[in-house]
Structures are given as C-alpha cells and as structure tokens.
Design a protein around this ligand. Structure first.
Ligand code: AMP
Ligand code: ZN
Length: 470
C-alpha cells in the first residue's frame, strides 16, 4: 500500500507498527447540527481506506470520537461552544442535541454504506482520562496555568508546526483579527487551551470538577486521549478533512508526543474539501446540503458515494446537482449492465485473480478510486464468462459498497415499489447489516420484525439480502 502522508508531504510505502495490523483514528463529527455532504465526503474516503486495508489482508481497528463538548466557534479557543450554540438554537439541552445529531450522523453514515467504526467514543465519556493527561503534561512542564485556564506551551516543542506546512506563529491571526479577542494569559500566540474554567463561559451546561476548578476540556485533548486509550501508544493512521491539519491535528501531535515522550502517529491522511461554486461547504454557516436534502430531491444516497469515488481524495471536489444527475444516469446504466450478467456456472480463477489484483493495485496506489471504478467497467467488457464477472463485482463491492449486485437483482425482479419504499427498506437492510456486524442480533431481529409488521419479508441469500411483500 502506498499512501500520501501529510507529515512527510510525500506518497510513502505504508508500514504498520505491528505487522498485519492497522490502528486507525478518525476525528468524528461535532454533533451540534446535521453532517453535511462535505463532512460525509471525508468519511466516505476514510471508509474506502479502511476497506482497502481489509481487502488487502490487514486486520484493522478503527476508532472514532464524537465531539460533544469543547469545540468553540473559533479554532483560536474563543467564541461560543458549538454544542451550546446548537442547544440554544433548538431550545433544548446540550445532551439532547448531542444525542439527536449523533443518531442523525449514523443514519447518514449507514445510508452511504459505511462500515461502523470498531469503537465510537463521545468526548464526555472520557473526562477523567483527559484530566489525567493534562496533569501529566503539567508535571512534565508542557502545560501551565494562567488566568483561569490550563494552556499547552507550544514553545516547549522544537517542531510544533510539523504538520502545517509554512504556518508560522506570526501568521496566526490570534489577537489580531477583529473578531478574535486576544488572550493575554497565553505565553505564546500558538498556545492552546487544555482545560477551561473561564467565568466567561458560565452558561456552559456541561462542567466537571478538576484539580484546576470546575470547567470543561479544550477541543484537541479528546482525540489524543481517545486515540491513545483505544489504540495504544503507537497509531498507524490518523484521518480527517484538510481543515483539521491546523490547529487540530497539529495540537493533537503536540499533546500526544509530549505526553508519551516518543513519536505517536506515523501517517496523516487528509481529505480535501467538497466545495460548491460559492466556496467550501461549512456547517457553521448553517447553509449546507445534507443526505436528507438529497433524498428529498429524489437522489439515492449511494449515488453520492459513487460521485465521491470518481475523484481523488487529495483534490477538492465540486458539487452541483447537474453533476449528480449525470452520476445518477451513469450509475443506473452500470446497474443495468450488471443486471444482464448470468451468475450461474464456474468462474475462471485465473481471470478472477488478474482483475482482483488490478483493482487492488489501483486502490493501493494512494487510493486511486477512479481507476478502481475503471476496473469495474473493464470487467464488464472483458472476454470471460458471466460467473467470473459476477464474482469480481461482488468482490469489488466489499470496498466500493455501492450495492451493485443487490440493485441489479432488484432491477431484474422489476419491483413495482415506489422510490421512497425502496429507499426505506434499503436503509433498514443496511442498519440490520451493521447491527449484525456489531453482533447486536436483538437489534437485527427487531429490524426484521419492524419490516414484517409493514408486510415486507427479508431473505438472506448468497447475493445479499432480498425483500418482497408477504
Ligand atoms: P466537524 O463535524 O465539523 O468536526 O467535521 C467532521 C469532518 O468533516 C472533519 O474531518 C472535517 O475536516 C471534515 N470536513 C469539514 N468540512 C468539509 C468539507 N467541505 N469537505 C470535506 N470534509 C469536510
Ligand atoms: Zn480530532
């Protein structure tokens, strides 16, 4: 596997810390609003990365946090807590907001056929661990108390800006931008808050006792702490969108390496943004597109995944409905071609291996998803029997996760169901698949019963789950 590493700014051979195993961490959503389709682009690319690693034989453990406290509206440790802002907007509590948008996030996540992370941990569940890490950082001389907060002293590290190419302290706009208050307690402009007790945030709903007074954590500490808690002292890959490079990931490296006393994560994987003609899609602007918007407009969420796979994760991707219409047409055509395959018969193992290798080669070349899709079309054109093509498409879909065979078989069955029912049942099937993966069989059975109550029967077959009316 070759992969671009933001830390070295080079495409590198991937060598995990422990042979055959990969530990991978993803910065999860800040659950104060719906995830937009830009956020979901990052998660789709990360999902393809995880599935590629598994496809090529690695045993992968993936951990994701949920940011439900401490992320302020400005990355410069100022402004309002985003969660509190969300609670005020919807006249409810921070905990309710966190629950509502965590559920909404995973609903979108599964509608886009993403595999559940092995561990999902909300920041508010780890406060004692954060406090411990901050105590160690103070003891080791990397953190200090000033005014009412605890800060990380960035001058104690030789190479604080290791990840953020070209950013220098003077370029940081902290204290010079009109809308950002200068924090006179900081020793250096780049220092960041590990623990807040500032009276300014007295309306903060979530507060905890700490050795430094009642307060709450800064944003960055959660990912260092949750990462080390579940993946140990050496992490192989850390993921996020490019906006996370600075300050979030830069600060994570500072905290983790200061705490551990040795290098922490080797590969930094960053996905470029989904943009619109008007610019980057952003949650804080409040004006953004969600998976629900796409569904309401009649688009299949899986077509959005297909669209994301067409471009390289290291390039910005421009979204427009025109492009999504073209993608829908291209996807329907692809499904139609697959539906014409007759899967019976014996597959040709040599041809199977040849195309499987070509597919894996594309993905292991810094995740060349558009080339991987080309291999799908090459298979359909190949001079071999249908059984081999069918087996290859089934195998590729372990990574692509576009429901290629299931959709082709529905097309063959000529279902007369309306779009909304099809989508509803597909989502339920996906939820059930995830529940089974997580060994939550009670949930999987409950989903089957829920559908049965609506007159829909699920059938587990070799080609995947099929459904029909009672
Ligand atoms: P947030 O919920 O704001 O913490 O962001 C969740 C993830 O989405 C992070 O990895 C961000 O870097 C990423 N992200 C934010 N905006 C975009 C965008 N327009 N395109 C792709 N990824 C994004
Ligand atoms: Zn993070």
């Amino acid at each position: 596997m070759r992969i671009y590493n933001t830390r070295s700014r080079m495409v590198e051979d991937f060598v995990p810390h422990e042979e055959g195993k990969v530990s991978i961490y993803t910065c999860g959503p800040t659950v104060y609003h719906f995830a937009h389709i830009g956020n979901l682009r990052s998660y789709i690319c990360e999902d393809v990365l995880v599935k590629t690693l598994r496809y090529t034989g690695y045993k992968v453990k993936r951990v994701m946090n949920i940011t439900d406290v401490g992320h302020l509206t400005s990355d410069a440790d100022t402004g309002e807590d985003k969660m509190l802002k969300g609670a005020k907007r919807e006249h409810t509590t921070v905990l309710k907001i966190a629950e509502r948008y965590t559920n909404a996030f995973f609903e979108d996540f599964y509608a886009l056929n993403m595999a559940a992370p092995d561990v999902v941990e909300p920041a508010t569940h780890c406060i004692p661990e954060f406090i411990h890490m901050i105590e160690v950082l103070i003891e080791k001389g990397y953190a200090y108390r000033a005014g009412e907060n605890i800060y990380f002293d960035t001058s104690k590290l030789e190479n604080y800006y290791v990840l953020s190419n070209g950013i220098k302290e003077d370029d940081l706009m902290v204290g010079v931008r009109d809308d950002v208050d200068e924090d006179s307690n900081k020793r250096n402009k780049g220092d960041f808050v590990l623990w807040f007790t500032k009276s300014k945030f007295d309306d903060q709903e979530l507060k905890w006792e700490s050795p430094w007074g009642t307060g709450y954590p800064g944003w960055h500490i959660e990912c260092s702490c949750i990462g080390i808690k579940h993946l140990g002292e050496y992490m192989d890959i850390h993921c996020g969108g490019v906006d996370n490079i600075f300050p979030h990931h830069t600060n994570e490296i500072a905290q983790s390496e200061a705490f551990l006393g040795h290098p922490w994560c080797r590969y930094w994987f960053h996905v470029h943004h989904l943009v619109e003609k008007s610019g980057k899609m952003s949650k804080s602007s409040g004006n953004f597109l969600t998976v629900s918007t796409l569904k309401e407009k009649g688009y299949d969420p899986v077509v959005y995944r297909f669209f994301c796979l067409q471009s390289h994760y290291r390039k910005p991707l421009e979204f427009s409905y025109d492009v999504l219409d073209n993608m829908t047409a291209a996807f329907d055509k692809l499904i139609k071609r697959i539906s014409a395959l007759k899967p019976e018969g014996k597959k040709d193992d040599a041809v199977f291996e040849e195309y499987r290798n070509r597919f894996a080669e594309a993905l292991t070349d810094d995740l060349n998803t558009s080339m991987a899709l080309t291999v799908v079309y090459d298979v359909l054109k190949a001079d071999t029997d249908d059984a081999t093509k069918y087996a290859l498409i089934e195998s590729f879909d372990e990574v692509l996760s576009l429901d290629l065979l299931a959709k082709a078989s529905w097309l063959n069955e000529g279902t007369s169901e309306d779009e909304e029912t099809i989508r509803f049942v597909e989502e339920k099937i996906e939820e059930r698949k995830q529940a089974k993966k997580e060994k939550d069989f009670a949930k999987a059975d409950a989903i089957r019963d829920e559908l049965l109550a609506k007159g829909i029967v699920l059938e587990d077959t070799r080609e995947g789950v099929k459904w029909h009316r009672v």
